[in-house]
Design a protein around this ligand. Structure first.
Ligand SMILES: [Zn+2]
Length: 190
């Protein structure tokens, strides 16, 4: 189980992971990027280590991109075209210099943010993932069925039948609730 309900969560698609920093969007929006330092932690966990101090405009940029990605995903889920303003925002972020990679050891590589443009660079790679995700329009976007969750995720399972943002988080919770309910119903008979 997740250590903390409000820890950052990652589901394998960087662009959607950024949208996951606003939890319970449909019932009780909970902002995980409350301060620039929160964004620094997110980028460090999601992309590469941040070494420079972040600012309020950095945070505003990340939120702007996040909301554009969410709007784009919502359109895609509805089978609609991504509106122009949203496309332009995502494209603008995606056009900036992306992180660079370097080989380490004998079988591995690591990402680095460009000094002096760390946030710009991290958001560029997030936006590039959004471009790929929304361009593919492959019918694999889903909304988590977990109670109150509503996170949008990409279903990369082979049969395409995934229902939860994460089995550990929402899958277990649903199973536990169903199990308890079943027990509660059974009790009078036993
Ligand atoms: Zn969920």
């Amino acid at each position: 189980m997740a250590a903390n309900e409000l820890d950052f969560q990652f589901g394998g698609r960087l662009s959607l992971d950024l949208t996951w920093t606003l939890r319970y969007r449909s019932v009780a929006p909970t902002e995980l990027l409350a301060a620039p330092s929160d964004l620094g932690r997110w980028i460090t966990e999601a992309v590469a280590p941040v070494r420079e101090p972040l600012t309020a405009p950095d945070l505003a940029s990340a939120v702007e991109l996040r909301e554009a990605i969410y709007a784009g995903a919502t359109s895609s889920l509805a089978g609609e075209d991504v509106v122009r303003g949203v496309r332009e925002t995502i494209n603008d972020f995606a056009a900036r210099p992306a992180p660079f990679r370097s080989l380490v050891g004998h079988a591995g590589a690591t990402s680095h943010l460009r000094p002096g443009a760390e946030v710009e660079c991290a958001l560029a790679v997030v936006a590039l993932d959004a471009v790929e995700l929304l361009a593919s329009a492959d019918g694999r976007l889903r909304v988590c069925e977990g109670p109150g969750c509503s996170l949008v995720f990409y279903d990369s399972s082979r049969p395409g039948t995934r229902r939860w943002c994460s089995t550990e988080r929402c899958g277990n919770r649903v199973n536990t609730t169903t199990y308890r309910r079943r027990l509660a119903v059974k009790k009078p008979n036993t």
